[in-house]
Design a binder for this molecule. Structure first.
Ligand code: PLP
Length: 396
């Protein structure tokens, strides 16, 4: 017999899409996989060097539960530079990826029954973790406001039980970046209604011109004492498998997180911590520029191919590495012909008919969207998007 809580959430929808793509490929089909939440890239040289040096130094022991002091010092410098504010080591916990940072935040902040505002479409893990912590996700629809939450919708959803707002910018899956006014408005709402802000900026390294990413605590310094910043190196350094992320926030929260982490995973992997410390101390600008160039090129190529779609508007693609397609026009057209079409149908048909794997918006609470990753090899992206546009236009 399993615990009741296991009935409250499902395995990640994005992981399920990856599995479906692999299964189709295993059956002998040539599948172009646009489901990945990661960038195809070699390892950053500084990270490799730092890890090898740590192994050669025979480092094999536990570190401080929330990370090496030197790593937290280096992160304090990084966050201070990014936010234009001063941060100290007791305000930072190193975690096994941003996922653990978010989980720790949910476990440390939420009392069963608390509500958390989550703009939708949303990254699938946000509501799952709220539920695991005993909370209730409250979704704020953003489809009619260019995938940016309207302040009046957020304000109207606040109740006496509301504890926190999740702010994810650049956004997964929609690719939008929240502007300064939106961030300032959310911060003011949080101050007025005594809410926490969970600020996930995992894709902050990839803001595509003319868009820029800003920290909510820079825009609204007055909200800093109620904000938890979540970030990781998974996306910014194409390092998803190394599992290093961090949580930055008020010292009492970090202290609670430390106690929590001491009973769950303890410290993140010691070699990975040293590798990231090496990166932060030495820098790796050539690698970071190359990653940026890769995404800029892939985004431009993708947007040009997707501009040939007849019933689907140009995706925002302001930040991160996802194109999020709005299928409303396609669905209306199908409706007129007496056919219901949700994004699962579209994703299945794209896999079967075009051999292109994508993630259905239903994984993000949206039956009218499809997410495509452009972090993959350029030639594959080119071929995949051409197949996809041909298939979608043929349904018109
Ligand atoms: N936050 C967002 C918005 C993400 O999209 C992801 C991963 O896809 C994460 C957090 C988790 O990142 P990590 O791999 O560092 O745990």
């Amino acid at each position: 017999m399993l615990a009741h809580r296991t009935t409250l959430f499902k395995s990640s929808g994005t992981a399920a899409a990856r599995v479906a793509a692999k299964a189709a490929a295993a059956s002998g089909r040539e599948i172009i996989d646009l489901t990945a939440g990661e960038i195809w890239s070699d390892l950053a040289p500084s990270v490799r060097d730092g890890a090898i040096a740590a192994i050669n130094r025979n480092l094999n022991r536990y570190t401080d539960t929330v990370g090496l002091l030197e790593l937290r010092q280096a992160l304090a410098c990084k966050i201070s530079a990014e936010t234009a504010q001063s941060w100290s080591v007791d305000e930072i916990a190193v975690t096994s990826g941003a996922k653990q940072a978010l989980f720790n935040a949910a476990m440390a902040l939420l009392t069963p029954g608390d509500e958390v505002l989550i703009p939708a479409p949303y990254w699938t893990t946000f509501p799952a973790q709220v539920v695991i912590a005993g909370g209730t996700p409250v979704f704020i629809e953003t489809r009619n406001s260019n995938f940016v939450p309207r302040l009046m919708d957020l304000a109207a959803a606040v109740t006496s039980k509301t504890k926190a707002i999740v702010v994810n910018t650049p956004n997964n899956p929609t690719g939008t970046i929240y502007d300064r006014d939106t961030l300032a408005g959310i911060a003011q709402l949080a101050i007025d209604r005594n809410l926490w802000i969970i600020f996930d900026e995992c894709y902050g390294a990839f803001a595509h011109e003319p868009h820029t990413h800003q920290s909510i605590v820079t825009v609204a310094p007055g909200a800093r004492d109620r904000t938890l910043i979540v970030n990781s190196f998974s996306k910014s350094l194409a390092l998803t498998g190394w599992r290093i992320g961090y949580l930055a926030g008020p010292a009492p929260v970090i202290s609670a997180v430390k106690a929590l982490q001491s009973h769950t995973t303890s410290n993140p992997n010691v070699i990975a911590q040293h590798a990231l410390l090496h990166f932060l101390e030495r820098g790796d600008p050539a690698f970071q520029q190359q990653l940026q160039r890769q995404l800029t090129g892939a985004r431009a190529l993708g947007l040009s191919i997707l501009s040939t779609l007849t019933l689907v508007p140009r995706p925002a693609a302001q930040g991160g590495f996802y194109f999020y397609l709005d299928l409303t026009g396609l669905q209306r057209c199908a409706n007129r012909r007496g056919r219901q079409l949700n994004s699962d149908d579209v994703v299945n048909a794209l896999l079967l008919d075009a051999g292109v794997a994508t993630v259905s918006g239903t994984a993000f609470g949206d039956p009218a969207g499809v997410r495509l990753s452009y972090g993959i090899d350029l030639e594959l992206l080119d071929e995949g998007l051409r197949r996809l546009t041909a298939a979608l236009n043929a349904w018109n």
